[in-house]
Design a protein around this ligand. Structure first.
Ligand code: NAI
Length: 342
């Protein structure tokens, strides 16, 4: 609801004659009516980001399913939902998980989200990261990027995780790891990037410092339990565009950015074109692959074929004017044989 850029939507309609259903700031009902409007065009192919459209197609719009031969999914959360559908035999056409391509999540999720999340928080608040304690919930691809960039800005970064391996990675990358229960007490800025629900909730709000800033760059608007925050507030005030203060009974005020929706899309402009080019190349080439293999694929979630992924990396490097070395014949045969020894 907050991620549309209205000028972009307008140019798609006016200059490219593409029916477009999106308005920045639309409410939940309008958001769903727009998904319906998209499906009413009877698509043969879906290119989704978060799986809401695919979900609607498989529930209230099932009648349209027979016309659809394939689809792609952009983000981590959408892929998780699609895999859950496959487990229950609910998915009715093949979908390529663009997110799983190396040339997508290594770069878009890490460097794109890393930069644009900080950009969103800075534009919304004009706070100084240097010297502040930033708590990052989730050390996945997005969390790594956000933590790395916050550290680069001079913040002390604390990571919270549920996965032991990811927690260890965070430790060895030089961050402090603790539970959210502990981190809630010391954070100045909280950023959720878990893909999960209610990662920040009542017991955390109860111990946060006065003036703490809370933002989400992960999953829709569910990572922060906003109803719980609202329930405990005696007053709410929009203090700047995209910044809402929740004054609690004990006098503390917590600041929620962009209604808890993806802060980088709401308060900034999302990722730079120079990282989205790889994600969208994956989208385009995955779509082409599905068209070429129409009727031959199962109703499953597929990864982007590795040759496509590698070709995108090659093209991106070529676009940057960077060359890499090639194996010599001697090296090739060394790598291919097991007899040679050291
Ligand atoms: P990921 O799966 O690599 O990482 C998520 C991490 O969160 C995992 O390490 C997991 O163990 C951890 N986690 C789960 N529940 C947790 C909890 N309760 N507390 C602490 N940690 C928890 O996923 P990735 O690629 O980093 O994506 C994260 C979210 O960001 C997804 O919802 C994805 O759709 C979204 N995303 C947002 C973008 C944006 O532009 N804002 C761009 C790309 C992805």
């Amino acid at each position: 609801p907050l991620s549309t850029q209205d000028d972009v939507a307008a140019t798609l309609v006016q200059d490219h004659n593409l029916p477009t259903y999106a308005i920045k700031g639309e409410d939940q009902a309008t958001y769903y009516s727009h998904l319906q409007a998209v499906l009413n065009t009877r698509p043969q192919f879906t290119m989704d980001d978060g799986c809401d459209l695919v979900h609607m197609l498989h529930t209230e719009k099932q009648g349209l399913l027979k016309g659809v031969f394939g689809g792609t999914e952009e983000t981590t959360t959408g892929v998780v939902r699609l895999r859950a559908m496959v487990k229950k035999n609910a998915l009715k056409y093949p979908v390529i998980a663009v997110n799983e391509a190396m040339t997508k999540h290594f770069f878009d999720n890490r460097y794109g989200t890393g930069q644009s999340t900080l950009d969103g928080i800075m534009r919304a608040t004009n706070l100084l990261f240097a010297g502040s304690t930033v708590v990052v919930a989730g050390y996945g691809w997005c969390g790594k990027g956000v933590s790395m960039r916050a550290k680069g800005m001079g913040a002390q970064v604390v990571v919270t995780e549920i996965d032991h391996i990811r927690a260890l990675e965070a430790i060895m990358d030089g961050f402090r790891v603790m539970t959210m229960e502990e981190a809630a007490k010391i954070g100045d800025i909280f950023i959720t990037v878990t893909g999960n629900k209610h990662v920040l909730r009542r017991e955390h709000f109860a111990v946060m410092k006065d003036g703490a800033v809370i933002a989400n760059a992960g999953h829709f608007n569910v990572e922060i339990d906003i109803p719980a925050l609202a329930k405990n507030a005696v007053a709410r005030q929009i203090v700047r565009e995209f910044v809402e203060g929740f004054r609690l009974k004990d006098g503390r005020t917590l600041f929620l950015i962009a209604d808890g929706r993806l802060v980088n899309l709401s308060a900034a402009e999302g990722h730079s074109a120079s990282v989205m080019d790889m994600s969208f190349a994956n989208q385009a080439l995955a779509a082409e692959y599905l068209v070429k293999n129409r009727g031959k694929m199962k109703k499953e979630v597929y990864n982007v074929p590795e040759n496509i992924d590698r070709e995108i990396a090659r093209l991106k490097l070529a676009a940057l004017g960077i060359s890499v070395d090639h194996l010599t014949d001697e090296q090739k045969s060394y790598m291919d044989t097991w007899e040679e020894g050291t």
